[in-house]
Each structure stands twice: as structure tokens, then as C-alpha cells.
Design a protein around this ligand. Sequence first.
Ligand code: FAD
Ligand code: SIN
Length: 549
Amino acid sequence: MANQYNSDVLIIGAGAAGLSLALQLAPIAKISLVAKDALTEGSSLYAQGGIAAVLNDDQDSFESHIDDTLNAGAGLCRRETVAFVIKHAPEAIRWLVDQGVSFSCELESGGSPSYHLTQEGGHSHRRVIHAADATGRAIEQTLETQVKRHKNIHIFEDHIAVDLITRSGSDSDNETRCFGAYILDKRSGHVNLFQARFVILATGGASKVYLYTSNPDTSTGDGIAMAWRAGCRVANMEFVQFHPTCLYHPKAKSFLISEAVRGEGGKLSLPSGVPFMQKHDNRVELAPRDIVARAIDYEMKKHGLDHVNLDISHKSSEFITSHFPTIYRRCLELGYDMTRGPIPVVPAAHYTCGGIVTSLQARTDIQGLYAVGECAFTGLHGANRLASNSLLECIVFAHAAAKDISEKLNEKVVPVPPLPLWDESRVTDPDEQVVVSHNWDELRRFMWDYVGIVRTTKRLMRARHRIELLKDEIREYYSNFKITNDLVELRNLVLVAELIIRSALSRKESRGLHYTRDYPNLDTQHPPIDTILAPGDLTENATPRVITG
Ligand code: FAD
Ligand code: SIN
């Protein structure tokens, strides 16, 4: 039997973005907090390196962090957003500390403790605050404890949002407004109606669209797909960040080797021991990620390798095990002692720089609908995200959204139109699951092969053709059978894949994370532009509309 739940605020996602927002609003609003798996399962939980913030004014400055972010973003960052996020970073860290997050400290020469700041690629200073190599776990566990204490936060685990509920013309300004979402309770199999005055998408990224990824299974782009279907614009989906170093081992599904390992002196080499980064960039191992990932991809293809090596064993065992306890333990379980020798690594899809177009208040194109965290496009990352700027973006924009919503909570309530319950009268139980599992595998493989680190127009066209076939099959399956978690995710993955491919095809240059052999250089003839797609653009055979961001 389907249920209806009403609250002031519906937050879909419980990563760093969703949990922070829930805690900010809980004193003044009744909240439904929904996660499609266990509450804290998501990319935030696995974040290793840390959070970038200027905390040491003597040696570092906001201007320097801003410059590093703009440089990594290769001409596409929105300066206003960059300054907004970076200037709010110290306050975001203070908020996390007040919640109880315990960051790693070191003893200064005078004997007083201060936060240890690590180094990552593209940063010109040590400015990444962290909790050893498990920063995300420290954040998620602390915030989870806090949200579970709050009587205003009603938690729904194992609930996957299927679609947003919007209506046009119900407002005085005649705009489309969001009134809630249909959400599948994975345990009962019922699709319930969640009605709320404010709905926030905090659903994370879409890296599961690729065969090899550092991300957990939750990163299927659901929020981006739901927002798109509801009528929101999305931007810059071609900029998929590949992390240079994931552990290469058949049993090591999605295990990241933090960039901080290179930041603290780790060196890359071919399996023969020959170093190669000096051939690709004079910043060697600390060049921005796109450059390091492309260099590894190039060397692997050139030498027919299935991995390269990363070695930090020249540092003391004590240093390695205290800075990287999680990575050390996991590698040891799989037979690699990083205190004694190199570990095998490969690049993998890591971060979705594009997403739902949002304002500095985290508002989307739809009234009452917000997007925060990796699913949002704020303009912070441009064509390539600077390491450890993502958790920061989650916290800063969660605060910005909370501020905006708290101001609107006192405004006159918009009357809620009749919202129908989910209708399953015309669908039956799926006859066979193989359609879903086959298409899931096929999609992720061709995205890896055709829309990966190095692209060509021909490969992108091939991928687009395959997407059309998959879309038809999935559309038919979706209209005939009861939905399951896997079907909801596959439907979203195919749509997000299409957005990535169309965006990539429309960019006739190589910039940041988007590298195509057909246009290997920056377009210096025109000012840099964002790729902004609006739902009406993806009619059959239409080419995406590209407008200045
Ligand atoms: P997530 O943390 O991914 O959370 C998404 C939430 O949405 C989950 O609760 C999920 O269940 C829920 N959800 C998704 N779809 C639905 C749906 N349909 N219905 C209901 N719920 C749904 N960034 C840094 O800044 N520093 C780092 O050191 C760092 N290290 C990283 C290491 C790894 C291994 C990975 C994968 C990423 C790392 N990143 C790092 C990136 C960063 O962790 C993520 O960008 C960030 O955590 C995203 O947070 P989020 O809250 O937006 O989403
Ligand atoms: C890492 O620790 O290498 C991940 C940092 C990030 O993705 O920002």
C-alpha cells in the first residue's frame, strides 16, 4: 500500500551535502531525509585526501586558492562562485569542527598542536585539511550521529527517488514549481509520495556511467536525470574527471589511492621502474589531475600496459602508516606492502564536474527545487576540478541553500494542487532481469571505450548511436514493468550518458578534462563557453544548444 509523507523540506541524498543541509535546517523545519542505500553510503564516505581551505594566513591566501582553482578550471570557472566558495571555506571548516569532526593535527616547532595541511596536485600551497586518509568517513560518521539525534529529521534509508513532482502555472508568477517526489521504498516495493515545500537534490555524481570508477554504486546521476526530466538545464557534462590513481587489482573494486600520496612524495613509473611524468609536465606528479591521468593513459596505451606503478616506499614506514592508514591496510590485504615497494595503479572515472545549473543560493530553474553537492553545476570547477574543492563546495552550498530556504519558510505557503499517488495499475512484475543487467554492462563498457579520457568524434558518434538503441529498450521496459532500484538507476544512467556524449560532441576544442584528437587544441578564437543544455534541446537529431554561461 503506497503512503504519503508531508514535510517542510525533502532532502534527497545524505552525503556531505545532504547531511549538512539537514542539520542546518533542522532547528526550524520538519525534514524528510532520504538515501537510496544505508544512510552514509555514497562518495562522501570514501573521500580520502581532505578539504581545501586557506587556514594558514601567513603562508597562504584566498587569492592563491582562487588562482589555483581558476588555473585548474582552464578558463571556464565562474569567478564569482570561486571567490564565494573559497572565502567561505574557513567558516565551513569551523562548522565541521563544531559538529565534532576531528581533523589530523601536528605539533608545531613551539610544541603547540595545529591542523596538519597536506598537498595535492594543482595547489600551490599545503592547504588540504584532512582526517588521516579517511576524511569523508570522519565527516559522515560525525554528521550521521548529529542527524540521528534530531527529532525534526525523519530518516528514510533504502528509499530511491524515482521522479520529481512539478506543476506549472500554480504560482502567481506562473513558473514551474516542485511539490515533492515519488520515492520507491526498496524494502516494501511501494512507490510513496513525498510532498514538501522545498525539495533538495543532493544525490552526488554520475561516475558509475563508466566501467571503471573510484565511486561507490550510488553514483548513478539520479538527481541530474530527475532534474532534467523535470525541466532544469544542465551544464558542462563533458567534463568528467578521471582520477589518475585507483588501485589495480581484480578484487579492489573502486579503491582510490589518494592524490595526497603523490602530494607527500609518491612517484609514478612504468612497471620497469622508468619514471615518465617529467616527459608530460614540469610539475611532474603534482600536475593537475587531467594531465596526470592523460599521461598515464598515454603510457599505458604506448607500452601496452594494464597499469603503472606508484611508489612512496622511500618514506619511512612510520610516516606512511600514520598518514595513509586506510590505504596501507587495504593494499596489504591485497598483497601490496606500500612501505616496501610500488603499488599498481590505473585511472578511473572519479568526479562529475557538470550538473544541474544552480545559482549562488543553490536554486535550480524550478521554484522550490534546489541542488547541492556533486549533482549541481555551480561554476566552481570549470573544465577541471581542483583536488579537494568538492567537499568544500558541498558544505558551502549546503549553508547557502539553508540560508535561502530559511528566509523563504516564513513566506506565504503556495497552495498544493492535487497530487496523484503512483499508478501501477498498468504494469506487471518484470518477466526477466537480463535486459537490465545486460544494458547496464553494455552502457558502462562503451562509455569507457568511446567516451573516456581521450575522445574522437567518430567514437562519440558510435556511442550516441548505441544510446539511441538502449533508450528505446529501456523506455519500453520502464513502461511495461514495475520499477526496481536497478531499473531506476539504468534509466538515469542512460540519460546522463546521453548528456555527456551530446555535450562532448558539441565542444569543438580540447579543454581541461575534455580531450579530443579531432580538436586537440584550445579554441583561442572565441571566448570560453559553458555547454548548457536545456530539455527541449534533445529532440531526435537535434544538436545541443550551446550558450555562454
Ligand atoms: P554523495 O556523497 O555521493 O551522496 C549522495 C547521496 O545521494 C547518497 O546518500 C545516496 O544514497 C543518495 N542518492 C543518490 N541517488 C538517490 C536517489 N535516486 N534517491 C535517494 N537517494 C539518492 N572530494 C574532496 O573534496 N576531497 C577528497 O578527499 C575526495 N576524495 C574522494 C575519494 C573518493 C573515493 C571519491 C569517490 C570521491 C572523492 N571526492 C573528494 C569527491 C567527493 O567525495 C564527492 O564529490 C562528494 O562527497 C559528493 O558529495 P554529495 O553529498 O554531493 O554526494
Ligand atoms: C584524493 O584523495 O585523491 C581525492 C581528492 C579529491 O577527489 O578531491
